[in-house]
Design a protein around this ligand. Structure first.
Ligand SMILES: CC(C)(COP(=O)(O)OP(=O)(O)OC[C@H]1O[C@@H](n2cnc3c(N)ncnc32)[C@H](O)[C@@H]1OP(=O)(O)O)[C@@H](O)C(=O)NCCC(=O)NCCS
Length: 218
């Protein structure tokens, strides 16, 4: 699947009305650790037409946060934060998984790959020139995390349980233990030059629509 995304209306409340079961919405937000989940809650509240302080989240046995069933069961979400940035993915009828990392030098990329990645992924990274390796490592890392977050078990389930085609190959899920690979969607998100990000879900292909909202949302 390509990394192409369509843009959303710049206000979450306006975008919310356009979320159907053929799309996934992605918001790129400013983030500060001190805010905790507030940026996420504000986006979700806009989609539900309620105040953020009325929202209740629950989490399943593996720690995946979800909306409390009192808000209905159709809407699901996932979010990821890295430095000053956060991404929120929202969809109806599927469980999205999203992961973002800042692009920066990763001197331990190969060591981390040897420890946590599949052997074929590690070999593909090792074959790359050093200048291309950090980006490729982050591409694989965010893809695998997004898949594991959509799956719901998080990275504790094991990054080596799945294999993703390594750059320069196009992003593609090749193996996911216990899963039908053809049932999964995986997409790179190109939202800002300093970020590497991926979005995944189990289900049919959908259009991904994204917007950046770096100011605090109302
Ligand atoms: C949670 C986890 C996905 C974090 O990844 P990360 O890259 O450090 O952080 P990200 O910013 O991308 O994602 C964090 C968000 O993922 C969400 N999340 C937590 N557990 C999740 C899970 N099992 N599945 C999907 N999403 C999860 C949360 O919303 C969390 O943010 P919040 O607590 O601020 O709301 C990862 O640590 C994990 O898989 N933990 C599961 C528990 C576990 O396996 N522990 C043992 C680790 S060896």
């Amino acid at each position: 699947m390509s990394g192409m995304t369509d843009t959303l209306p710049p206000l979450p409340a306006a975008a919310a009305a356009q979320l159907d079961d053929q799309t996934v919405h992605v918001w790129h937000l400013g983030y500060r650790r001190a805010l905790g989940r507030l940026p996420l809650l504000r986006i979700l509240a806009a989609y539900l037409g309620v105040d953020a302080d009325e929202l209740q989240l629950t989490q399943d046995a593996h720690g995946r946060p979800r909306l409390d069933p009192r808000h209905g069961t159709a809407l699901d979400f996932n979010w990821s934060h890295s430095g000053d940035h956060a991404l929120v993915a929202i969809a109806r009828g599927i469980a999205p998984g999203v992961d973002v990392e800042r692009r920066r030098a990763r001197p331990r990329a190969l060591a981390l790959a040897r420890r946590f990645f599949d052997a074929a992924e590690t070999a593909a990274l090792a074959a790359l020139p050093v200048g291309a390796r950090d980006d490729a490592f982050l591409t694989l890392w965010t893809a695998k995390e997004a898949l594991l977050k959509a799956h719901g078990r998080g990275i504790g389930y094991g990054l080596q349980r799945l294999r993703v085609a390594a750059p320069p190959q196009p992003l593609q899920l090749l193996r996911f233990d216990g899963e039908d690979v053809g049932a999964w969607q995986l997409q790179r998100l190109d939202l800002a030059p300093e970020l590497v990000a991926a979005l995944a879900w189990r289900g049919s292909p959908r259009k991904v629509r994204a917007a950046t909202l770096l100011a605090d949302i109302e």
